[in-house]
Design a protein around this ligand. Sequence first.
Ligand code: OSB
Ligand code: MG
Length: 407
Amino acid sequence: MQGSSEIFDQKPHTPTNPIKIDAVEMRLIRLPLIEPFETSFGKIDSRLIFLVCLEADGMKGWGEVVASEEPRYSYETVGTAFHVIRDFLGPALVREPVTDLQNLANRFNAFRGHNMAKAGLELAFMDLLAQASGQSLSGMIGGELKCIPVGVSLGIQPSVSRLIDRVERYLKLGYKRIKLKIKPGWDLDVVAQVRRAYPNILLSVDANSAYTLSDTAHLKKLDDFDLLMVEQPLQNDDLVDHARLQKVMNTAICLDESIVGQRQAQMALELESCRIINIKIGRVGGYSQALGIHDICLSKKIPVWCGGMLESGIGRAHNIALASLKGFTLPGDISASSRYFERDIISPEVTVASDGTVAVPDSPGLGFAVDVDFIKNRTETRELISRSNPNSNGVKGAQYGGGKRTQ
Ligand code: OSB
Ligand code: MG
């Protein structure tokens, strides 16, 4: 088995001087969704977007923490990520200059878990590094594709006819793959009707862990619909039951929630728990892990695709860079800004061409301008960790009421 540093050493090097981070700014902004998004976890109608901005040498690097408000998709929340960045990761980042991505990842490795919090800071750091070296993010990580194929993830709808209406809308816009969210009670019949209406489209389903192995006979019926994949049917922390299910299903299983890092990817491939992997930078803890998983899958000819977390344009710009790597052969959940929000926080907004692709920018850094005025205008909470005031001493978490001691 390869270690993470070995994998990372194969990446193109970007010589820059060590980056001295002056400040870490955290901002929460709320963006309403154009349409509510419903999964087997429940329904949301807005996104509390958690942005991080790193300041160094007069430059600003932007990242996004993709955690949700409630611990459903993962245990992390906006609140836990805010705490972990403010009290641990932020202070570790401003403590001494960062030489490269691996140096940053090593520093964060001292803290267990909290991948989305770590990833948000890694994203911002990579934006800085790309600006400092005059490269696009895609170019810096060795991306090869100039245009990436994309699909759309359609939430559970009030009726099948409404779902079919949405499928029609996104196919007309050019999207190359339709993914349907499923749960018990909204699965076989729904998929059958969509497949009957569109016999030839690339179609997949995502259960977000809504089933167990005792549903095997039921899940096997999905084999009738010529699906590209069934995403995360079973428990979020399981690899063994997925391997059992994959053995008896013809349809490829794709893992999302279960793959929280390179080690889980390696184990899943060894156990044959899946035939496809969805890579989300946030879920796996940042670029270093995402690149490693991509390389492992490429070497084993396992297709990967870039998942989404209903990100704002900042997270989306990073997803576009990641999905430009050559192993990303399947359409990603990287839809146009207008599919999610009335107004995005970057310009230009992300658009999908009529051939179902998104162009990969080649200008330095993110490749999109960040609309700082709009962000400032929408900010509900802001916190600054600076080199001179790293906020790293005192009782951590005391603000939650647990820090008072009488002796
Ligand atoms: O399981 O892929 C998922 C959104 C939030 C949390 C989990 C998931 C999703 C999506 C939406 O499917 C993908 C997107 O950003 O369009
Ligand atoms: Mg998923």
